[in-house]
Ligand binder design. Structure first.
Ligand SMILES: [Fe+2]
Length: 354
């Protein structure tokens, strides 16, 4: 992988002018771009101003010493190839500099041939480190991109599976003029009730999906019983009741619908514990199931059925109040009442505009 690293600029930092000049001349002959500084402050100024690839830094300087300068340099230019220049008797300071991030040290007087090789080696080492960092970054980006792609695919699959099941529900309801659109209406009103109760957006969407799929188990109920006019026998009623367990079994393989499956299974539970299939009571019943159950009764009351005319919304809310504490959660009823009256106010406004 090529590194786009630009021209190689070296910075020579030494308080002795003859040494600075000699090093500059030599390094320019080697083809490097060269900057010089007589002390620490000046060197830091240059580092702030321009990109420096490598640095020759004298350990012993008046003011800020080379040793003190190393951490400041590394902070400004963490990938710099840093070589220390030191007197014979100062190898300990040079070793300290290497602990702080310098690559190597050269002992004065400097052998230019040795210097050339040391710079070359330091630059090569820097290149290898940068390449490694680049590969690491590239790998991290690749992994993150793959994970994001996979997640998107999964979300799409989840959407498709819910849409397919909704299509099944629609097909089932389309056969019965009294049921047409029931699940879609239950879904929308249930989501509004959930929002009114202040639950999270994620919860609202789970309730909406639960509303759309709550009766999917009716696929497993014999048609002559589903369409039967008049009262059901005990056995027939027990068969119809199975739609909640059949529904949750149909959805069971869809792990992302785990919560929704609970809503489907429990939407015929009653607040007093006399519902089905698990005889849950009160807050044992998942909130989504309590909402969908109440809204389903409201929808049955406000749409025409073979055995009844549709009831006006306010009257249906009134009728549901009789079921509070027995079938319906009091808090759900309160939220439903608020949503229905807001909706009626909007209808009234629309009518007034016409
Ligand atoms: Fe149902």
């Amino acid at each position: 992988m090529p590194l786009n690293d630009g021209p190689i600029t070296l910075l020579v930092v030494d308080d002795e002018e003859p040494i600075r000049n000699a090093l500059r001349r030599f390094l320019m002959q080697q083809g490097y771009e060269v900057e010089v500084a007589a002390g620490g402050e000046e060197a830091l100024e240059i580092l702030k101003r321009q990109r420096i690839t490598g640095m020759l830094l004298d350990v012993n300087m008046p003011g800020t010493s080379g040793v003190e300068l190393v951490p400041l340099v590394m902070e400004l230019e963490p990938t710099i190839a840093l070589l220390m220049l030191t007197a014979v008797n100062d190898a300990t300071s040079a070793a300290l500099c290497m602990q702080r991030g310098a690559y190597d040290y050269l002992i004065k007087p400097i052998d230019l041939g040795h210097l050339g090789r040391a710079i070359h080696q330091a630059l090569r080492r820097r290149h290898t480190i940068l390449e490694g960092q680049q590969i690491n970054q590239w790998l991290k980006d690749e992994v993150a991109a793959r994970v994001a792609e996979r997640r998107l695919e999964q979300i799409n699959l989840e959407r498709i599976s819910v849409a397919t099941l909704e299509a099944l529900v629609n097909a089932l309801e389309a056969k019965d003029p009294f049921l047409r659109g029931h699940s879609a209406r239950v879904a929308d009103l249930s989501a509004m009730v959930a929002a009114q109760m202040g639950v999270s957006d994620e919860q609202i969407e789970a309730v909406r999906t639960g509303g759309r799929l709550h009766d999917i188990g009716k696929i497993g109920i014999r048609e002559e019983i589903l369409n039967k006019q008049g009262p059901l026998t005990k056995q027939e009623f027990e068969h119809v009741q199975q739609h909640v367990t059949v529904g949750s079994q149909i959805l069971a393989p869809l792990v992302h619908l785990r919560e929704v499956i609970g809503f489907v299974r429990s939407h015929h539970e009653r607040w007093d514990g006399t519902g089905y299939p698990d005889h849950l009571h009160g807050e044992q019943i998942p909130l989504g199931a309590r909402i969908i159950g109440a809204v389903e009764i409201y929808d049955a009351l406000t749409t025409s059925r073979p055995y009844q005319d549709r009831m006006p919304p306010e009257l249906a809310v009134e009728r549901l109040r009789d079921l509070v504490g027995i079938v319906v959660d009091p808090a759900v009823h309160q939220a439903l009442e608020a949503v229905v009256s807001q909706r009626q106010a909007l209808v009234f406004l629309d009518d007034a505009r016409v």
